[in-house]
Design a protein around this ligand. Sequence first.
Ligand code: ARG
Length: 462
Amino acid sequence: PEVRLWGGRFAHGPAEALEKLSASVHFDWRLAPYDIEGSRAHARVLHRAGLLTADELDRMLAGLDRLAADVEDGSFTGTIADEDVHSALERGLLERVGPDLGGKLRAGRSRNDQVATLFRMYLRDHARIIGGLVADLQEALIGLADAHPGVAMPGRTHFQHAQPVLFAHHVLAHVQALSRDAERLRQWDARTAVSPYGSGALAGSSLGLDPEAVARDLGFEGGSSANSIDGTAARDFVAEFAFITAMIGVDVSRIAEEIIVWNTKEFSFVTLHDAFSTGSSIMPQKKNPDIAELARGKSGRLIGNLTGLLATLKALPLAYNRDLQEDKEPVFDSCDQLEILLPAFTGMLATLTVNGERMAELAPAGFSLATDIAEWLVKRGVPFRVAHEVAGECVKVCEAEGIDLDQLTDEQFAKISPHLTPEVRTVLTVEGALAARDARGGTAPAAVAVQLRDAKGDLDRQ
Ligand code: ARG
């Protein structure tokens, strides 16, 4: 390999084994457009510092444009001998504008500040893409809530029937989680909008370059790094991005698990559209929720990307260490996985059929209205401790007789407690139980309508 960035003091070229180990060009090539954008900004700042004439700047920018076009159409690619995307593109520039001019661009910058800057640019773009896909998912969930406003279902804790809730209420809970994830992406973006360009290898540059001008040029609203050592060594922006994408994966996996359960014969709460489910190669009757299962599986992978990255960063001394080359593949993978998962997952949700009758039928099962008896007693002045006992006694009698709470006779109620007059029956319906929970955030149809309206508003502003 002829072109080496560090040829001067070496008597030997690199061993093949080193070259193989060292190469990152096969995975960091996706940074190429950002690298060229960074080079344009760097050429301009060199010109402003009097280190490139106006004519040299024009020829340099024209060469970078040709290089960008050749990268885009695939006629120029990096090779393993280039090691990484940065040196490959330097070679490409030298080939296009000649070594005398091309050799001037590296002044005042290092691959250390370059890669730290480009990586931020790349992740910021993908944070926006992923944010858009999360919004699409929120929209599909809001659509489900909107289409089934009055449907009751069994609300669960410990996966046991707990209290009836509206299906829309349940679905909107997932929307809340996703909207916090979207907010995390926006807050991360504001923190990540700081450009390390100008940090050089670690100590900054003696060439009179203006890092703030480069930051503005590259769209970093937060300006340039306040500390060049931190600029080149910090990777918390990568770890935080890995956390947010893992959190999105985990939040999606919680929806996925419910879809898998709801889609079973036993539940029969939802039916998946043929276009978003798969068959079995041996069992002709099968229709499988593979998208939801893959979502569940990929969340594990996203968590792995986060933990692997944190392990790489742990105890790394300042400033740049080559270990940091391991920072890219995990989060590139997190981007790739979410960008293929989310559209499929959203499609699955947007097209599934909800079996509202089945949900409503099961809503009161499992004595899920027992709390309503207790709260009805409290409203009549009975201490909750006593009310809880009395309602529990009702459940006990029902269980012994194999009946539901509303099938207890007036005499049975009276025998359990003199407080249990026949009026208690008014709360022993799902509709009554739902309507009673009308405070902010509750499951009453009116309260859920407010949540739905607010969720739509939040999404519009997102
Ligand atoms: N490929 C390297 C990385 O991803 C770029 C920085 C290399 N810097 C160096 N001094 N070897 O981290």
